[in-house]
Design a protein around this ligand. Structure first.
Ligand code: CO
Length: 186
């Protein structure tokens, strides 16, 4: 399976709106392979030489529907400024089990491998989430307690399972509307 900026499903394709199904447990060899290739994409996409060579657009996460597979699989890697991994997940059937009432959004807005055009505006999400999933890197069920950037990324990726894109959350009349008490993450 070739995953690059040309093969990733864009929002011009209605497949991106399709809902993803639960993955059958235990995780099959085929599903593991798909997820590990997604993880590899995310890792390589933030290494400039590889990204250029392989036509990869930088990303912190990808969900399987973005490569045309409607299954609940998500790969996420956050790195620091030196490119060192802060966290890495290869998640099967991730699900939000609790979320804060407090909202947060990224000051710079969000982007997505499936969205070519810029969509400026605040994307308000829960400031904190707990996500339960099976992580094939750890070979166990885990609960991720996330806040800040990771909480936003998790919610963005899990939205893909419902066919929701980040700009669906932007207020069309007032994209930079300030919600009371919401955190703006710089
Ligand atoms: Co996305």
């Amino acid at each position: 399976m070739l995953i690059n900026n040309d093969t990733i499903i864009k929002d011009s394709d209605e497949l991106i709106r399709r809902k993803s199904a639960d993955v059958e447990m235990p995780v099959s060899a085929e599903d593991r392979d798909i997820l590990m290739q997604m993880l590899k994409y995310v890792d390589e996409s933030t290494i400039p030489e590889l990204a250029e060579e392989k036509n990869l657009r930088p990303a912190v996460g990808i969900s399987a529907i973005q490569i045309g597979i409607p299954k609940k699989l998500t790969a996420i890697i956050l790195k620091d400024e030196e490119g060192k991994k802060i966290c890495e997940y290869a998640l099967v059937n991730p699900k939000i089990i609790s979320n804060s009432i407090e909202k947060a959004c990224l000051a710079a807005g969000e982007g997505c491998l499936s969205v070519v055009e810029d969509h400026e505006g605040y994307v308000y999400r829960s400031a904190r989430v707990k996500v339960k999933a099976y992580d094939i890197l750890q070979e166990k069920e885990i609960v991720i307690k996330a806040d800040g950037y990771l909480a936003i990324v998790l919610q963005h990726e899990l939205d893909h399972f419902k066919g929701i894109l980040f700009y669906d959350h932007i207020n069309p009349k007032d994209p930079f509307h300030r919600e009371n008490d919401a955190l703006i993450i710089e």
